[in-house]
Design a protein around this ligand. Structure first.
Ligand code: G6P
Ligand code: ZN
Length: 543
């Protein structure tokens, strides 16, 4: 066995997006593609000698092959140890948990999150830092710059190792420890939540379905919800991770989790429904014939955080991404704690969590989490809701309705125009930016514009700044329209239009969402000429 130096050349397009480098499997499996990117990561990190790396993924197609390559490259760069999840499986929040618990220097997550998997699907690589969270922009940009000038990479020529058996093996002088993917994570959950109360809830006949969507959260949900909490077998459905997620789109929203939505609408629907995404960091929360928006979920968990032992000491602050509704802001105001507004992307919460300024974080894109790790966490959110349901004894819908009655309701929806022409999308945003200065004071479908801008952010902890994070039009009545181009797509561009309408009056809290937002939807089209620029009369996905 020896370390090889392989000659290569830069391959364009290796700039990480909102959440790591995501490309089609066909792109990732071409010669040198993965190796170039991983070498660029190691160049950026500098001296890796003697360090520990955590490695795992969501089990999608190409996961196992990529793990073998990365192990051999880690050995060639002098890592002392790599902790790899059995069979290459580790959810994104579990990687974050293991990095922190084992004091590793960082981790590599192989996932394209909720994007479809399989030979024609997507693959992705993301580097997480020692704090457990996604690398900040300074690191991802440095990786990209290395990828533009790379001429060689180092890799061991050792044979593939067995990653399906728990235990320790040597690889060219490096120790590879194959770990149980669930154990450390489950132990952390048991410390945060009142498992006794949740066990009593299930023992009393409470019913639930958790949809693992044939992705990574299945093993975690089975071990914790059925195993530790005593829910009946069959509570977790689609629990076995498959390389192509069973041909489905592992994105927990009412459009893609249609099987679960149908179950929750049936006459014999369970009391509670939940789902997670490809890599286990997203969550969707459902009651009977009722879905909780991610923005409301964040606000409700924040308002009720004291039910969970891990949060009984109070919250230091709440953070949400800019397009996420302002429901959480009202809770923060009531609690007398700050609410931070960050750009889209979980990485922007890292500094706030590290500095002890925020405890709970959330995004409209079905992401919720806290300072327990540095990623959003699907199973964690579900356990938090179970804890709340056990403590309150009320159904999901009643908890939400009571929250609205107290704080007001933020009607909220996101309209996505997927895989549109990139140039059309660029022009739409450029035209919109030109219009911004003239919008203040104008009336859009009975909503008077308070201000309109292109969201820029200065991190209050490290002072770093980012520009052009989404165009927002904010009305005097508290409504908003936000336009953003997705940073996670792999085909053309995706335009996201986020719509939010505040309603204080409880008699007006039970209207169909799209109906309540109709005026804002029409205003969004009239300001941005969406149909003209995208060639689409309607969105591809409405959540
Ligand atoms: C990933 C990130 C999230 C982000 C989401 C949507 O899940 O971890 O932080 O909100 O992608 O990103 P996009 O750029 O596609 O709107
Ligand atoms: Zn994800």
């Amino acid at each position: 066995m020896a370390i090889q130096t392989v000659t290569t050349h830069p391959i364009p397009g290796q700039r990480p997006g909102t959440s790591g480098l995501r490309k089609k499997v066909h792109t990732f499996s071409q010669p040198h593609y993965l190796e170039n990117f991983i070498q660029s990561v190691f160049y950026t990190l500098g001296d890796c000698a003697g360090k520990t790396l955590v490695l795992g993924g969501d089990g999608r197609y190409h996961n196992r092959a990529a793990i073998q390559t990365i192990l051999k490259m880690a050995a060639a760069h002098g890592y002392a140890q790599v902790l790899v999840g059995r069979s290459g499986i580790l959810s994104t929040p579990a990687v974050s948990c293991v990095i922190r618990k084992r004091q590793a220097s960082g981790g590599i997550i192989l996932s394209a999150s909720h994007n479809p998997g399989g030979p024609d699907g997507d693959f992705g690589v993301k580097y997480n830092i020692a704090a457990g969270g996604p690398a900040p922009e300074s690191v991802t940009e440095a990786i990209f710059h290395h990828s533009e000038t790379i001429t060689q990479y180092r890799i061991s020529d050792a044979a593939d190792i067995d990653i399906d058996t728990i235990g320790t093996v040597q690889l060219d002088g490096m120790q590879v420890e194959v770990i149980d993917p669930v154990a450390d994570y489950a132990e952390l959950m048991a410390r945060l939540f009142d498992f006794e109360a949740i066990r009593a809830l299930f023992a009393g006949g409470f019913t639930m379905r958790f949809d693992g969507m044939h992705a990574v959260s299945g093993p975690y949900a089975k071990a914790i919800i059925e195993g530790m909490l005593g829910a009946p077998a069959g509570t977790v459905i689609n629990a076995v991770p498959l390389e192509d997620f069973g041909g489905h789109h592992p994105d927990p929203n009412p459009v893609n989790a249609s099987e679960l939505i149908a179950l929750m609408a049936a006459a014999d629907a369970p009391d509670f429904g939940a789902a997670s995404d490809g890599d286990g960091d997203r969550n969707m929360i459902l009651g009977r014939k009722f879905d909780v928006t991610p923005s409301d979920s964040l606000a409700i968990l924040a308002a009720n955080a004291a039910v969970a032992p891990g949060y009984r000491g109070g919250l230091k602050g709440i953070a949400r991404s800019m397009p996420t509704s302002r429901a959480a802001d009202r809770v923060a105001a009531a609690l007398g704690i700050p609410c931070y507004e960050t750009p889209t992307g979980w990485k922007f919460f890292g500094t706030l969590l590290d500095a002890g300024m925020a405890t709970l974080c959330g995004e409209e894109s079905y992401g919720t989490g806290s300072d327990h790790v540095r990623e959003k966490d699907g199973v964690w959110a579900v356990l938090f809701w179970l804890n709340l349901l056990a403590a309150s004894g009320k159904p999901v819908q009643q908890i939400v309705a009571e929250h609205w009655a107290r704080f007001g309701r933020h009607y909220y929806s996101r309209h996505d125009y997927e895989a549109i022409d990139s140039e059309g999308a660029r022009l739409l945003m450029a035209d919109l930016r030109i219009k911004l200065p003239a919008l203040a004071g104008t009336v859009l479908n009975a909503h008077t514009v308070d201000f309109a801008d292109d969201f820029a952010y200065t991190d209050p902890v490290d002072g770093s700044t980012v520009q052009q994070q989404g165009v927002r039009i904010v009305m005097r009545d508290g409504s908003r329209i936000v336009y953003r181009l997705s940073g996670t797509g792999t085909e053309g561009a995706t335009l996201r239009v986020y719509l939010e309408l505040f309603e204080a009056d409880p008699t007006q809290h039970h209207r169909p969402t799209q109906q309540a937002l109709a005026g804002l939807i029409a205003a969004a089209e009239s300001v941005a000429s969406i149909a003209l620029h995208t060639g689409r009369a309607t969105p591809t996905v409405i959540t």
